[in-house]
Design a protein around this ligand. Structure first.
Ligand code: XBP
Ligand code: MG
Length: 236
C-alpha cells in the first residue's frame, strides 16, 4: 500500500500548545471578563477531555458555575470569552513562544521532498493554525498543506471522525493511503474512525491515555523520520 498523504493534528502534535499556550489564554480571557475562573495545569488536563475551546468553557461552567451557566446570556458569554481567548492565544503564537515539537520540521521537509501530499485535521480555531504555521515555518507554509480542516468546519469534533473524513474527501483519498499523526486518545479515535493508520506522539497530558490501534505510540519524533513512517504504514 502506497503512502500518499500525511495528515497532521495540531495541538499536542505539531506543537505542545495546551499547557503554556491555550491554558493561559483561557485564563487571560476569564480575567478580562472579571470571572473568578482559573484553570491550573491539573484541572486543564481534566478539561482537555472536552475537545473544542467553546465546548470546554461550556462544560466547565455547567460543572463548576451552574448559576452562571443557566443565565440567558450564557451562550453569548461563551462566544465572547472564546474570541478573547483566541486573541490572547494568537499573541502568544505570533510572539514565537510556542515551538514545534521535536522532529516535526524535519518530517515535513522530508515529506515535501518525497512529494507526499500534506493536510491538517484539527479541533482548534482556523486562525490558530495559520498563526502557528506562519510563526514556525516560512511565510508560504500554509500553501504546503492542501487541506486545512479546523474547528467548527464539521458538525462533530474529535473523537468523532468527521474532521478526518472531511480531509479524505477533499484529498480524494482512502484512509488506508494516508497516515495521521495525533497526540491524544480523542484524536486517535477520530483518525481510526475515518480508517486512517495513525502514529501517536504523546505528551505530558496524554501519556497515560489508551492508544490501542495506533501503528506506534512514541514520546516524540526526535528519532523517527519519513522512512520509519513509510515502513510502519506498509506493515499494517
Ligand atoms: C485540541 C483542541 C482545541 C484546543 C483549543 O485540538 O481540542 O480545542 O485545545 O483550541 P487538536 P480552540 O488536538 O485537534 O489540534 O480554543 O480554538 O478550540
Ligand atoms: Mg491534539
Amino acid at each position: 500500500m502506497t503512502l500518499s498523504a500525511l495528515i497532521f493534528d495540531v495541538d499536542g502534535t505539531l506543537a505542545d500548545t495546551e499547557r503554556d499556550g491555550h491554558r493561559p489564554a483561557f485564563n487571560a480571557a476569564f480575567g478580562e471578563a472579571g470571572l473568578p475562573w482559573a484553570w491550573d495545569e491539573g484541572i486543564y488536563g481534566e478539561l482537555l477531555k472536552v475537545t473544542g475551546g467553546k465546548e470546554r468553557i461550556r462544560h466547565y461552567a455547567q460543572r463548576f458555575d451552574p448559576v452562571r451557566a443557566a443565565r440567558p446570556d450564557f451562550a453569548a458569554l461563551v462566544q465572547s470569552l472564546h474570541r478573547t481567548k483566541t486573541r490572547h492565544y494568537l499573541a502568544r503564537v505570533e510572539s514565537g513562544a510556542i515551538p514545534l515539537r521535536p522532529g516535526i520540521a524535519r518530517l515535513i521537509g522530508q515529506a515535501r521532498e518525497a512529494g507526499l501530499r500534506l493536510a491538517i485535521a484539527t479541533t482548534t480555531t482556523p486562525e490558530n493554525v495559520s498563526a502557528l504555521l506562519s510563526a514556525s515555518f516560512a511565510a508560504d507554509a500554509l500553501s504546503w498543506f492542501e487541506v486545512i480542516a479546523a474547528g467548527d468546519i464539521v458538525p462533530e469534533k474529535k473523537p468523532a471522525p468527521d474532521i478526518y473524513r472531511f480531509v479524505l474527501e477533499r484529498l480524494g483519498l482512502a484512509g488506508r493511503d494516508c497516515l495521521a499523526l495525533e497526540d491524544s486518545h480523542p484524536g486517535l479515535a477520530s483518525s481510526l474512525g475515518a480508517g486512517i493508520p495513525t502514529v501517536v506522539t504523546f505528551n505530558d497530558y496524554s501519556r497515560d491515555q489508551d492508544f490501542k490501534g495506533a501503528l506506534a505510540a512514541l514520546p516524540d519524533l526526535a528519532q523517527v523520520g519519513l522512512r520509519e513512517l513509510i515502513r510502519w504504514h506498509q506493515l499494517q
